[in-house]
Write a protein that binds this ligand. Structure first.
Ligand code: ME8
Length: 650
């Protein structure tokens, strides 16, 4: 039997010192997407996350909260687990460093280091940053502050155990040089080599005596083990390190250890050196991604709703939040999180591109074929070939990018197929085909191809947005056919069977009103620099808020027919199309300016949410916009290049 391919991926274990913000969720969502992707593509995966519960920082936070450390962390860990459930984080194990299985192995690792002469006892006198739980030498400080977080450091002087880092420095340097994928992205490697390895590694203090919230040194219980030695070991203790037949034997070395760039030094210098001292192989890749920032700077808990991942996912859906985090920022670089860019992504990529593709396709399938897919014809049509080729090429591209952890690029590729499918609708104008009974076969082929393309998209979407494909399977009528959801089913075109009955469901992602969302989520605060929030300007004479303006639903309408209205010199009855599924008629006062046949084919701006009225007994369901000059001449407003009917104008 062929050996199963394995894949082990980890996130940092988070400090349960406070509730997590959307930045922390970023690492975990990315790891989950990669883990799901590898499962989908046939790997036996182990995905580990957890919490880093010891140390001075947690002890102090607990004291501030008036709680015992254990009680304090238990509450936050419960919240974190709830968050991961809400964000569909499908981990295989969640390790807490306060668990017995971890503590006893860390104690054994410490003893082994001591017994083999890697650890010795001495006295530490120097600087310590408690928020980072990091030691610094005088020369590393940034004007008396922590060079990582910029906060005040403390001078400490205590008896301590030290780890002989210098003993392994050369071996580590050689490993980094000969394994270009060990530290990624590559720029991070230079940072580590130049800033830490080249100047020479100092021995690392690995125990503390001035507090007791930690794992005691087994042979000297006045000391607790340094929280980073304790925490880093989680990646192997959780696998049952040292036990026969354990997951450690199956999964170590890790394939990818995902971390934020802030904790690169711990993972690319301390961690590999500890592993070398244990005689174990090093992880294949440590990937340090960038920061998710707010426009006004770094995230902090006090920024409120806009960065609370539970609030965001509750309001906008966890799939939308996952999509935004994975798509918006090239993985590895810093990026800005703003509610505005989040809402815009939902509206453009999810509501317009993906949502419309599904709803347009299924509406047509229902309208023209009662939802039943017909056997596609073997047409020699270029647009068919282009769509099919794009669909068949996309899985390898998505896989290639995901394997390189270029998750945003993977999604960009997937969206090329979404856009190609929408373009296919516009090219084939199914609503025109529907007018000619002789073209029924072609119409059915177009709809079949669209449905199959949506199936391709949904299969590939699963790791990134686990809930949306579920809804798509329902709508495509294949919820119970697991075979059609597999990666292998993408190797050939046409797996969905003719005869399948599709049915349009709720919109996948309703469009959101940006201004209303900002107002609700951030409150009616007057903006900085004296400019008032636009709702306040409503009261000023003649001004309306953007919100009010956006209540007018403006669309591009294609004029399909126009005719005179008997006994009404100024009026024309004009029929327009707002896309294949929406037709309207309006009564327009333009008969003195346009002949009916001049109008047909024009794309004009149309107010689509006016209450219907009857004019001269003729129903009018909207309004064409036109400019009128002082001399009374009139010109309809059009668009300056071709754009599909139904497109929104804003
Ligand atoms: O450092 N943008 O835990 P921690 C992106 N316990 N990622 C962010 C982020 C942001 N704005 N803010 C945080 C610790 N992160 C240690 C780890 S591992 C053995 C011990 C993510 O709770 C990022 O991955 O401070 C960062 O490395 C991690 O949260 C830090 O989490």
């Amino acid at each position: 039997m062929a050996e199963e391919k394995t894949f082990y991926i980890t996130t940092p274990i988070y400090y349960p010192s406070n509730k997590l913000h959307v930045g922390n969720s970023y690492t975990t969502v990315a790891a989950d997407a990669v883990a799901r992707f590898k499962r989908l593509t046939g790997y036996k995966v182990w995905f580990l996350t957890g919490t880093d519960e010891h140390g001075q920082k947690i002890q102090r936070q607990a004291e501030l909260a008036g709680k015992a450390p254990r009680e304090f962390v238990d509450e936050i860990v419960a919240w974190i687990k709830e968050l991961w459930q809400e964000l569909d984080i499908d981990y295989d194990d969640f390790i807490r460093t306060t668990e017995e299985r971890h503590k006893k192995k860390v104690a054994a690792i410490f003893t082994r280091f001591y017994e083999q002469g890697d650890i010795y006892k001495g006295k530490y006198e120097g600087w310590y940053c408690t928020p980072c739980e990091a030691y610094w030498t005088e020369r590393q400080l940034d004007e008396c502050n922590c060079p990582d977080c910029g906060r005040k450091v403390e001078l400490i002087a205590e008896e301590a155990y030290f780890f002989k880092m210098s003993k392994y420095a050369q071996q580590l340097q050689d490993h980094i040089e000969t394994n270009p994928d060990f530290i990624l992205p590559p720029s991070r490697k230079n940072e580590m080599v130049n800033n830490f390895l080249n100047p020479g590694l100092e021995d690392l203090c690995v125990s503390r005596t001035s507090f007791d919230w930690g794992i005691p040194v087994p042979f000297d219980p006045d000391h607790v083990i340094y929280v980073w030695l304790d925490a880093l070991s989680n990646y192997i203790t959780a696998l049952g390190y040292g036990e026969k037949g354990s997951n450690f034997e199956t999964f170590w070395p890790a394939d990818v250890q995902l971390i934020g760039k802030d904790i690169l030094r711990f993972h690319t210098i301390y961690w590999p050196i500890f592993l070398m001292a244990l005689g174990e192989p090093l992880p294949k890749t440590v990937f340090g991604h960038g920061w998710l920032m707010l426009q006004e700077g770094k995230m902090s808990k006090s920024k409120g709703n806009a960065i609370d991942p539970l609030v965001l996912s509750d309001r906008y859906s966890s799939d939308a939040l996952r999509y935004f985090l994975l798509r918006e920022i090239p993985f590895g670089q810093d990026g800005i999180f703003s509610l505005e860019s989040f809402i815009n992504r939902i509206n453009t990529d999810l509501a317009n591109d993906l949502g419309n593709l599904v709803s347009r396709t299924l509406t047509m399938a229902e309208r023209y074929f009662d939802g039943k897919l017909i056997e596609p014809q073997a047409d020699d049509d270029n647009t068919d070939q282009e769509l099919i080729n794009t669909a068949l090429d996309t899985p390898a591209l998505v896989e290639g990018f995901t394997d390189q952890l270029k998750i945003s690029d993977a999604l960009t590729e997937l969206w090329k197929l979404v856009k190609r499918s929408n373009k296919y609708i516009d090219e084939n104008t199914p609503w025109e085909l529907a007018k000619d009974p002789a073209k029924k076969g072609r119409l059915g082929t177009v709809i079949y191809n669209l449905v199959e393309s949506i199936r391709f998209i949904a299969v590939m979407l699963q790791p990134f947005m686990p809930r949306t494909p579920e809804s798509i399977w329902e709508q495509l009528g294949i919820a119970s056919n697991d075979q059609l959801k597999t990666w292998d089913s993408l190797s050939e075109w046409g797996a969905i069977q003719p005869g399948t009955v599709v049915s349009r469901g709720d919109d996948l992602f309703p469009r959101l009103n940006l201004q209303a969302e900002i107002r609700e989520m951030q409150g009616d605060q007057p903006a900085e620099n004296g400019v008032k929030d636009d709702s306040v300007q409503d009261d000023q004479e003649g001004l309306i808020s953007l919100d009010h303006f956006q209540q007018v639903d403006l669309r591009v309408a294609a004029i399909t027919n126009a005719e005179k209205i008997p006994k009404a010199d100024k009026l024309l009855k004009v029929e327009v199309s707002l896309g294949e599924s929406e037709k309207r008629q309006v009564v327009a006062g333009i008969a003195e300016h346009y002949q009916p046949d001049q109008l047909i084919g024009k794309h004009v701006i149309f107010v689509s949410n006016l209450k219907p009225v009857k004019l001269r007994g003729v129903l009018s369901q909207g309004m064409l916009l036109a400019a009128t000059a002082e001399d009374g001449s009139l010109a309809l407003t059009t668009v300056d290049r071709e754009i599909p009917a139904g497109s929104r104008v804003s």
